[in-house]
Design a protein around this ligand. Structure first.
Ligand code: F6R
Length: 248
């Protein structure tokens, strides 16, 4: 795992946005689509703000971009203030020229018996798009990527998962308390994340430092799903100095 340490998350996010812009433009010049895997949560917010700025001020176009988000709470209405659909629209999609048909986010409104079929179809859509060119990840305090919690298998598929207690505690700030916080989510599996041609994981702040050190420096373990990335061919961990502070 290559680690890149920046003074602060703003500068780190700008550097990552430049890489994404370069990839989008390279694909444009070849008349190809650019398939991005996207995360929600606090970590990518400054990245999305910078991509919006590049669109507004430097004419970066997203017309050739296809996106697949990692996860959505279940059950979750798209129009809820807590939905990842809403988050992505507000942080990114409403402010750029991406085609609506090119946006994919797991559907939190399905009936229980529709979920398995939806998950298979989600992976098929990724395949049909040519696979993920670049996957953006955050990391949970327990080492989850997407909502692949501790114990997830390296070959896990896209599926409905139970959220860890620690994940629900972290989310409860947004949900007016634990009892209103969802217990389950639909997440892209580890297998498809590992198939992405390139992965960039973002982590900011002291609270991520211990899990970053574990994921990078300790052995591969399904207790820390981010450690699976040690086996990926092209992965960068982009960190601020606080998140990097426990690396040796
Ligand atoms: C969100 C996701 C999660 C978050 C992780 C970190 O789509 O897949 O794995 O990336 O929980 O969240 P933040 O960035 O809020 O610390």
């Amino acid at each position: 795992i290559n680690t890149h340490v920046f003074d602060n998350s703003a500068n780190a996010s700008k550097a990552v946005a430049q890489q994404i812009a370069a990839l989008i433009k390279e694909k444009q010049s070849q008349n190809k689509t650019c398939v991005l895997g996207l995360a929600t949560g606090s970590s990518p917010k400054s990245l999305y703000a910078e991509l919006v700025r590049l669109h507004r001020e430097e004419q970066l176009s997203f017309k050739n971009v296809i996106t697949f988000n990692l996860d959505e709470y279940y059950p979750m209405k798209a129009e809820s203030i807590h939905s990842y659909v809403r988050f992505m629209n507000e942080q990114l999609f409403d402010h750029i020229d991406i085609l609506k048909v090119n946006i994919h986010i797991p559907d939190g409104t399905l009936a229980k018996n529709e979920i398995a079929g939806f998950c298979t179809q989600y992976e098929d859509q990724i395949e049909k798009a040519g696979g993920i060119d670049l996957q953006i990840l955050g990391i949970g305090g327990n080492g989850h990527i997407g909502f692949n919690e501790s114990g997830s298998l390296q070959n896990s598929k896209t599926r409905l998962v139970a959220l860890d207690h620690s994940t629900r505690i972290a989310a409860s700030k947004e949900f007016e308390g634990l009892k209103h916080t969802p217990r389950t989510a639909i997440t892209l599996g580890v297998h498809k994340i590992m198939e992405a041609k390139r992965v960039i994981l973002l982590a900011w702040g002291e609270s991520k430092s211990a899990i970053i050190a574990k994921a990078v420096e300790e052995g591969l373990t399904n207790l820390v799903p981010a450690s699976f990335l040690q086996e990926h061919q092209h992965v960068d961990f982009v960190l601020d100095k606080e998140a990097a502070s426990k690396l040796t």
